[in-house]
Design a protein around this ligand. Structure first.
Ligand code: SER
Length: 317
């Protein structure tokens, strides 16, 4: 029987992944933790506890006491926020991962770890279109440097200690339950919330920057599929490329007008414009699709339909 620990359960990915894992593995077997309070459904449907992944002693006690078999480590400082406090972000992103890798090495019951990487591992010297799985990687952000270093450490622990660590290079994730915080792809979530709330949005990127995106349901589905696949199917032990549609702010704004005809968008690019320009505009994720036999379900139209319908529900309640 699996007993799963989620680190960062109150975040954008964690708040949805926790509920899906509880549905699959049973509420009592999925231990949600975060340094901050979690949404009501997470606290009410199963175990939730405040836990700081930076506190390695507390972490290992928690894992042993609760007989944890799988860990999903989702806590991180995202790209925009990391640029404001570079050394602190490096410390949090790296030391938290090292704590998890050491726990996986020391505690025999822990059989699998999931840790997300990001399109931020790529940089301006990477081919921007259909970025391959294996390519030049010279990230220019602290977040990207920490994710690339993290990928190397994951592969190292796999090779050296035979730890089963699985990872995806998420693109921008679009979701309605919990908004992201401090990322360069946050615009693709904010735009929907502001369209429903105010019928206008000031975008912090220029209108034609194309970035790879993915609807949260597809990301959750791929993540669980990756974790459930037979180890023999895995061809990559650092992190797999994964993507949904590539989108520009202008494309999303035009699509939103199918539902909200008067929606108005203005563009005021800030420091994140340079970050976005250094990232891929589209991703080749063929290797993952072969390893786990998977493809995303959501294109732009489906994403827009779902986002607007779901945000409207919460807005009128
Ligand atoms: N969504 C992340 C960010 O923008 C990228 O992984 O920082």
């Amino acid at each position: 029987m699996e007993r799963i620990l989620i680190i960062g359960a109150a975040g954008q990915i964690g708040s949805e992944l926790t509920m899906e894992l509880r549905r699959i593995y049973g509420n009592a077997n999925v231990f949600a933790t975060d340094v901050k309070d979690a949404p009501a459904d997470i606290k009410e449907s199963g175990p939730f506890q405040l836990l700081d992944v930076m506190d390695d002693k507390h972490l290992i006690h928690f894992v042993i006491r609760n007989k944890i078999t799988q860990i999903y480590h989702l806590a991180a400082v995202l790209s925009g926020n990391a640029e404001k406090l570079p050394t602190q972000a490096w410390h949090i992103n790296m030391d938290s991962l090292m704590n998890i890798l050491e726990v996986a090495k020391l505690v025999e019951d822990v059989r699998k770890v999931f840790w997300p990487s990001s399109i931020a591992v790529f940089g301006s010297t990477t081919p921007r279109k259909n970025t391959p799985q294996l390519t030049v990687m010279e990230p220019s952000t602290v977040y990207g440097i920490s994710k690339l270093a993290g990928e190397r450490w994951c592969e190292y622990y796999h090779k050296r200690y035979n730890i089963d660590i699985r990872s995806l290079r998420y693109p921008g994730l679009i979701s309605y339950k919990t908004e992201p915080g401090g990322g360069t792809t946050d615009w693709a979530v904010e735009i929907y919330f502001e369209a429903v709330r105010k019928k206008n949005y000031t975008c912090f990127l220029g209108e034609d920057v194309s970035l790879p995106m993915m609807f949260m349901d597809d990301a959750i589905n791929a993540t669980i599929r990756l974790m459930e696949t037979d180890h023999a199917n895995l061809t990559c032990h650092s992190s797999y490329n994964i993507t949904g549609p590539s989108l520009t702010p202008r494309q999303v704004a035009v699509d939103i007008r199918r539902h909200i005809p008067g929606f108005d968008i203005t563009y005021k690019p800030d420091f994140r414009q340079l970050i976005a320009e250094s990232w891929p505009s589209s991703i080749d994720d063929q290797e993952l699709r072969t390893s786990i036999v998977w493809k995303p379900k959501y294109d732009l139209e489906h994403i827009t339909d779902r986002m607007i319908a779901e945000i409207r529900k919460t807005f009128t309640i």
